[in-house]
Design a protein around this ligand. Structure first.
Ligand code: OSB
Ligand code: MG
Length: 374
């Protein structure tokens, strides 16, 4: 494929409400939107999900910008590629920086699907025309706030609720949600905030019939998760620990988790997501779902496509645009049906149009990169 231009936009999107996790709190969410344009005039969009600081991963919006501008885009121009599925290999000379890689690679998948006039989800082998939507609820000031927020999401139809926990905000909020809201599909996400010394707390959480406990221990602690898996009856789900196929293989061999979530940003793109999906869901037949990173409508389109794959067996962290932002940057915005699903789009690529004027307005900087012969 012959590229004419790659444009990076650093956008800052104001969330409707503060999103707090064990590693910090966000009200203004940065992202880098990657726009690729080919010779014929078709374009594609991807999203870099790195945050403001190196908390969830070592990447930040600034490191990703530098890596894209100085290494990834020039490497792509230099090496070229024919199919989106090969882009990961073309970029593998750069070690790590999966979020930066994913934003660029996603844009090329969107472009390829648009050139072939089919929805991205069909292009990657999706099998369902709607995906199950769950909601991830940040740490709240009080348990009363939590009940109010969770109830309103349940009223909207979301199929399961995930609450963020940290030491000091764990057993009590879960107990109150179970007491007030009963037997709802409920899980928790610790974002690596515990160690095995907190076993007593984790054992308390084990009593609430949670669907899973997500990433309780450190991101490098596959052995600790294996130990914990044997001590609890609640399944462990890994997020931060799974940065690629080798991590998934190690987690399986060690018995660190029964469930994983897949986030294209964390694993380096769509092809890497497909590879992990194939191993975990198809070869092993184990449960998997698609995670989110508070994406704009662009990244959300890529998540929706992945969530249509066979064997995605739990509701995903893919909520409607209005759960995050007053106004999304795509048309139409992503919406939730009453039954708690989001329809997969019929239009080509990610299936939504990017409103470039809105992107420009949300941007703090922009750069256009062109191949030497352009
Ligand atoms: O751990 O899943 C996570 C958001 C930012 C960083 C990490 C996580 C999250 C979420 C949000 O839980 C899920 C969503 O996008 O709805
Ligand atoms: Mg998580």
């Amino acid at each position: 494929m012959e590229l004419r231009k790659v444009t990076l936009y650093e956008v800052w999107m104001e969330l409707k409400s503060e999103f707090e996790t064990s590693f910090g709190s966000t009200k203004l969410r940065p992202a880098i939107l990657v726009r690729v344009e080919e010779r014929g005039g078709e374009e594609g969009w991807g999203e870099v999900v790195a945050g403001e600081g190196p908390w969830y991963s070592y990447e930040t919006v600034e490191t990703a910008w530098i890596v894209l501008e100085k290494y990834l885009v020039p490497e792509l121009f230099r090496r070229g590629f024919s199919r989106a599925v090969d882009v990961g290999k073309a970029l593998s000379r750069v070690r790590g920086h999966n979020m930066a890689k994913a934003g660029l690679e996603e844009a090329l998948w969107d472009l390829e699907a648009r050139l072939e006039s089919r929805p991205l989800w069909v292009h990657i082998g999706g099998v369902r025309d709607r995906i199950e939507s769950g909601v991830s609820v940040g740490i709240q000031p009080t348990v009363e706030d939590l009940i109010r927020v969770v109830s309103s999401f349940l009223d909207q139809g979301y199929r399961r609720v995930k609450i963020k926990i940290k030491p000091g905000w764990d057993v009590e909020p879960v107990r109150v949600v179970r007491r007030e809201l009963g037997d709802i599909p409920l899980q928790v996400d610790a974002n690596a905030a515990y160690t095995l010394r907190n076993l007593r707390t984790l054992r308390e959480l084990d009593k609430f019939d949670l669907l899973m406990i997500e990433q309780p221990l450190g991101h490098e602690d596959l052995v600790g998760h294996a130990e914990l898996s044997r001590l609890l009856k609640t399944p462990i789900c890994l997020d931060e620990s799974i940065r690629g196929l080798s991590d998934a293989i190690a987690a399986f061999k060690l018995g660190s988790a029964h469930i994983i979530n897949v986030k294209p940003g964390r694993v380096g793109g769509i092809a890497a997501s497909l590879e992990i999906h194939k191993f975990w869901a198809e070869v092993l037949g184990l449960p998997l779902w698609i995670g989110g990173m508070l994406e704009t409508g662009v990244g959300r389109g890529h998540l929706v496509a992945l969530a249509t794959l066979p064997g995605v067996s739990y509701p995903n962290d893919i909520s409607a645009s209005d759960r995050y932002y007053e106004e999304d940057i795509v048309e139409p915005p992503w919406t939730l049906d009453r039954d708690g699903t989001i329809p997969a789009p019929k239009r080509p690529g990610i299936g939504v149009e990017v409103m470039v004027d809105k992107v420009e307005r949300a941007s703090r900087r922009r750069i256009e990169l062109k191949p030497r012969n352009a």
